[in-house]
Ligand binder design. Sequence first.
Ligand code: SAH
Ligand code: SF4
Ligand code: F3S
Length: 431
Amino acid sequence: MPTYYIKTYGCQMNAHESEKLAGLLESNGYSAVSDMADADVIVMNTCCVRESAETHILGNLGIVKKLKEKKPSLKVAVCGCMTQATDAAKRLKKRCPFVDIVIGTHNIYKLAEYLKDTNGGAKIVDIWDDDGGITEGVPVKRLSKLSALVNIMYGCDNFCSYCIVPYVRGRERSREPSAIISDVQSLVESGYKEIMLLGQNVNSYKSGDIDFAKLLDMLSDIEGDYWIKFMTSHPKDISESVVKIISKKPRLAHFIHLPVQSGSDRVLELMNRKYTKSDYLDKIDMIKKYLPDVSLSCDVMVGFPTETEEDFLETLDVVRRVGYSNLFSFIYSVRSGTPAAEMEQVPLDVKKERIDRLIKVQFEVAARLAKESIGKIYKVLCDGEENGRYVGKTQTDKKVLFVAEKNPIGRFVEVRITEAENSKLYGTEIR
Ligand code: SAH
Ligand code: SF4
Ligand code: F3S
């Protein structure tokens, strides 16, 4: 049996696409190996959202090159976002001539076919510009037995001025509700406890007269013991109707990832985010009104072109005021082909100094929130053990380490928080 190894970079969208690539390869007779060196086929499913991702991928391709020198029959495929960027495939072909297959984000489902086509030693570079289609029915080999990723829409039409995603993922398109419902139904029947709905901007979901709120309403009627989470929401699009449905339907988790990116109105305008700091804070107030126990997470960028100290202080202010249980902070990275790449750049030392301050503020916020949860009881989905304790995530996406009498792995349990160490939560199962 030929073997394969997939290396995944980037977001959950890519993680799920790798699960589809694995499903596809297995249905074509390939079996997985855990060591790259044992594989007959290596697939690099790439990301290009920041330069650091690309540097990392090119570094790993150096390792793959050495493997191919030792074993010339090894086939190497590079797919995903990095190859879809303008001329990236050509550059990659030049820089890494040992790569056999270069495909983009729209035709990854053809990988098995392309592998056959390379049997005589042919090289394939095939990037599609087409961005209107959705391929249904691709087999999926899921990495987790508890938490399942389910796409509801693809692509992005927002064109934030720093972001490459709309160029590499194409226009927004939504899956049919019936296809999503049938996926969720079968996942719940086969024992999945967490359904994570995926899209670059889930609140843009639209199929006929079904919008995201209606979709959530329908999905959460599916019988079973599970919860639904989703990501990502754009602050301009998250509506009161979505939040109202979450407050009404117990299977919808009280957790929202709502990336603010910056707290400065001037920077938000340059970013083309289409909201102001006060619009954003109003949305947060609306969410907290319906969901007083909500847990919020966020993406923030520092050092966007022309960002001043005052702009940055506005970002720190949002972080302090909202109180995110999780903050993903990034240094702005120039993406060529995007409008922000042409703007006046902030020096790297200033960016680094700002991100350090941001991380410090968030550390204090997360520690404060963790302390406030002492004594509270949370529903936790237990998925393993860590340092002699069981570990799981709350409905509000907080990680908890806890003790329990009977092994709770794979089940929902009620946990009382007894201790907090910085942002870490510790607890005991209650019966
Ligand atoms: N659709 C999602 C974001 C996908 S990209 C959303 O709108 O939230 C994930 C995160 O990467 C973004 O939220 C942003 O914070 C960050 N990001 C995107 N482009 C970037 C760039 N050029 N430099 C640094 N961070 C970037
Ligand atoms: Fe990028 Fe903005 Fe689209 Fe998110 S909403 S993927 S940040 S362009
Ligand atoms: Fe995701 Fe990176 Fe592509 S963040 S959509 S894998 S550019």
